[in-house]
Design a protein around this ligand. Structure first.
Ligand code: F6R
Length: 263
C-alpha cells in the first residue's frame, strides 16, 4: 500500500466524506515531533523565500508548551542550514499583566530562552506586549502595537496554541470578533493551568495584554497547534461546533488559510 505523507497545505474543510464534520482544516499526526518539524519547515521556507525577494517576513509567535518543539526545529534549521532570520519581524501574541520582563514566568523570558537567544533576529525587530507598563499607558501601548503590525504589512504567518477554554492568544470566551490588542481578565481555568509554573494560582497574574481576535484573523496564514488528550475536547468543539464567541477558536472556521495541527 502506498503511504500518503501528511502535509500542512491548506484545503477547504468539509469537502470529502472523511472530513464531512470538519469546519476547520485539520491535520492529525501520530506525534507532535513529526508535526512540529513540518510547521518549522513551513515557517523557514517562508523566511527564505521572502529573503530571496529581499522582503521582510512578519511572524506572530506564541508561547506555552505547544510551540516548544517547533522552536527547537527552527533553531536546528538555523544551525544546520545557515538560514538567517535577519529579515524577520516578530509580534508575540500576549504577555501577563503585570509582570516584569525578567520574571521567570514572563513571555519575554520564555521567548528569549526558547528561541530568540538562539537565532539571529535583530533585537529591534522583536515585539512582545509589555507587562511592566503603567495601567494608564495600556490603551496607547495596545493601539501602537496594532499600528506597528499594520506598518509592516500584517502578519505573514501566525502560530497559535489553544487554551482549554478555547482561547487563542488570551482571548477568553466572550471575546468579540472585532477585538484588537487590549487588556483582558484571565479565566479561572487559564490561571489554574498556569499555576504550577507560578507556584500556586494566587501568584498567577489575573490579567494579560493580548492581540485581539481581529488582529489574529488578519494574519495571512495561521497554524494552530493542539497536542495530547487534555486538548481533545476543545479540539473537537473548535472543529465541529458552530461559530460562537463562547469558543473563540471557532472564529477561525471563517479564515481561509488556517490549519489546525493536532495529535
Ligand atoms: C500563549 C498563548 C496561549 C497558549 C494556550 C495553550 O502565548 O497565547 O493561548 O497558546 O494557553 O498553552 P499551552 O501550549 O501551554 O497548552
Amino acid at each position: 500500500m502506498k503511504m500518503i505523507k501528511k502535509n500542512l497545505k491548506y484545503q477547504s474543510p468539509g469537502i470529502n466524506e472523511e472530513n464531512r464534520y470538519e469546519k476547520l482544516h485539520t491535520v492529525t499526526f501520530d506525534n507532535s515531533q513529526e508535526a512540529s518539524i513540518l510547521i518549522a519547515r513551513e515557517i523557514c521556507d517562508l523566511v527564505k523565500s521572502k529573503q530571496e525577494k529581499k522582503k521582510n517576513c512578519v511572524i506572530g509567535f506564541a508561547t506555552g508548551s505547544s510551540p516548544t518543539k517547533v522552536y527547537q526545529e527552527i533553531i536546528k534549521i538555523h544551525n544546520d542550514e545557515s538560514l538567517s532570520f535577519n529579515n524577520v519581524i516578530t509580534f508575540n501574541l500576549d504577555e501577563y499583566f503585570p509582570i516584569e520582563k525578567d520574571d521567570n514566568n514572563s513571555y519575554h523570558n520564555f521567548m528569549k530562552e526558547n528561541l530568540f537567544d538562539h537565532i539571529d533576529i535583530p533585537k529591534e525587530n522583536i515585539n512582545i506586549p509589555s507587562g511592566d507598563i503603567s495601567e494608564k499607558d495600556i490603551t496607547k501601548f495596545c493601539s501602537n502595537y496594532e499600528k506597528k503590525i499594520e506598518k509592516y504589512g500584517g502578519i505573514d504567518i501566525q502560530l497559535l496554541g489553544i487554551g482549554r477554554t478555547g482561547h487563542i492568544g488570551f482571548n477568553e470566551p466572550g471575546s468579540h470578533f472585532n477585538s484588537t490588542t487590549r487588556l483582558i481578565t484571565l479565566d479561572h481555568t487559564t490561571r489554574f493551568d498556569a499555576s504550577k509554573s507560578f507556584n500556586g494560582i494566587e501568584n498567577v497574574p489575573s490579567k494579560a495584554i493580548t492581540m485581539g481576535i481581529r488582529t489574529i484573523f488578519n494574519s495571512k496564514r495561521i497554524i494552530m497547534m493542539a497536542w495530547g488528550i487534555q486538548k481533545g475536547l476543545i479540539v473537537k468543539k473548535s472543529v465541529e461546533n458552530n461559530i460562537t464567541s463562547l469558543i473563540p477558536t471557532t472564529y477561525l472556521q471563517n479564515h481561509k488559510n488556517t490549519t489546525l495541527v493536532s495529535r
